[in-house]
Design a protein around this ligand. Structure first.
Ligand code: HAM
Length: 414
């Protein structure tokens, strides 16, 4: 039986690549405009890094990681997200000691063993950014704006921003007790999943898709109404700066994220064009994560966006520019004996930074011209006959149809 790609993984074929590079180029340009520097980290890390940062009770860590013991008995995990790796790299190379503020970005594959469906993969790709070294709400907002601008510049229309604040652990812990009290006489009605999460990850009950859970959580007290003064102020600033930047948003007090490291601001941008897996990106502030991993006090904020979902949204909204395939030259061989000469002329043009194609299989002149057309050659150089004996060739402009004689040696010099 023929081998197939593993469920939830995809080949990105040459016909898809243009969309990917188009988006990647937009990411590089935008990040550069905001002065973020690219970082690349290995695709696997020690398992405990992710356990400590993302949190043992999260779905990602408890159900979805690709974890294995390697041949030297080390537990390894394919990275399910990038924030933990970036923080690990920052600490390992003391980037935080070299400069106060580190603005970093990435484009990389991630791995989660989720149930595959439209917009959900087991190997997927994220671009994202992390800022380490400042608690300023300007940076919470900058991170949101970067994601927002990239979606706008792609031409996407059907998306919206949701923001929330998870405050600091002290106010969050107090609130969790409140929520526990509220739920105490409703436990029997909760779904089994939610019953389990009561002790491990109570905030995730807001994320339940179960109708009974939803009805109960509808009336639940909200963390946003129980924030301490400092957290409230921080959140107010973020909203004010977003207003100033003309970025529309909706405050969603039920927005809880699937990772444990957040403090203060959290956000998601959701698309109305991609179906159930609608989160194009998510992120937030994580002022205590670096301390958790590396005992150093470095606040952070960041986001990550799913490239597959974004390209799906672009496709469904019909917004990606049609990029035509073109090559600069097709060199046609008029006589069969001139294969090596044509090969040499093509090499020469290629070394002058031109994209050039030739025929490798002794096809007829007619077939070569057809191929030149199919490849979108801008110009065709026809080599052979008595012209070639005089050191000349015919250069045809495929757009105008005009043809001119050129001196081959002169032509190569240009
Ligand atoms: P996340 O919400 O887990 O956050 O993932 C961010 C985005 O990655 C999602 O909004 C979605 O677009 C995409 N994504 C996640 N899982 C899949 C999947 N199975 N298939 C396709 N796309 C997927 C994080 O990863 C955090 N590290 C974000 C962050 C950075 N927070 C602070 N800094």
């Amino acid at each position: 039986v023929m081998n197939k790609a593993i469920a939830g993984t995809r080949d990105i074929l040459p016909e898809d690549i243009q969309k990917w590079t188009y988006l990647e180029n937009l990411v590089h340009t935008t990040m550069n405009n905001f002065n973020y520097k690219e970082i690349r980290t290995p695709i696997f890390e020690e398992t405990r890094l992710f356990k400590r940062s993302i949190g043992e009770a999260t779905d990602i860590v408890s159900k979805e990681m690709y974890t294995f013991i390697d041949r030297s008995e080390t537990s390894i995990t394919l990275k399910p997200e990038m924030t933990a790796s970036v923080v690990r790299a920052l600490l390992e190379h003391s980037l935080d000691k070299q400069q106060q503020l580190n603005k970093l970005y990435y484009i990389a594959p991630m791995f989660r063993q989720e149930r595959p469906q439209a917009g959900r993969f087991r190997q997927f790709h994220q671009f994202g950014a992390e800022v380490l070294g400042s608690t300023s709400p300007l940076l919470d907002t900058e991170i949101i704006i970067i994601a927002y601008r990239i979606f706008q510049n792609l031409g996407l229309k059907n998306f919206s921003l949701k923001i929330n604040s998870l405050g600091i652990p002290a106010s969050r812990d107090k609130y969790k007790n409140l929520l526990r009290d509220y739920l105490s006489d409703k436990i029997e009605t909760l779904s089994d999943d939610s019953k389990q999460r009561l002790d491990t990850n109570i905030l995730r009950l807001f994320d339940s898709k179960d109708e009974r859970d939803k009805a109960i959580m509808e009336q639940a007290p909200l963390l946003l109404d129980h924030l301490d003064e400092e957290s409230k102020e921080h959140f107010e600033s973020v909203k004010e700066i977003l207003d100033g930047a003309d970025i529309p948003y909706e405050v969603d007090p039920k927005l809880v994220r699937g990772l444990d490291y957040y403090t203060h601001t959290t956000f998601e941008i959701v698309s109305g064009s991609v179906g159930a897996q609608s989160a194009l990106c998510g992120g937030g502030r994580y002022d205590l994560l670096v301390k958790e991993i590396g005992e150093r006090d470095v606040p952070g904020v960041g986001f990550a966006a799913g490239i597959e979902r974004i390209l799906l949204a672009c496709e469904n909204e019909g917004v990606l520019p049609k990029i035509e395939n073109k090559i600069d030259y097709y060199v046609v061989r008029l006589n069969k004996e001139l294969s090596n000469e044509v090969f040499e002329i093509a090499s020469n043009l290629r070394s002058k930074n031109q994209s050039v194609e030739i025929d490798y299989s002794l096809r007829s002149v007619k077939a070569q011209m057809r191929e030149a057309n199919r490849l979108g050659a801008v110009k065709v150089l026809m080599v052979g006959g008595e012209e070639f004996e005089r050191g000349k060739a015919a250069l045809k402009d495929m757009c105008t149809g005009e043809q001119a004689e050129v001196e081959i040696s002169e032509f190569m010099k240009k």
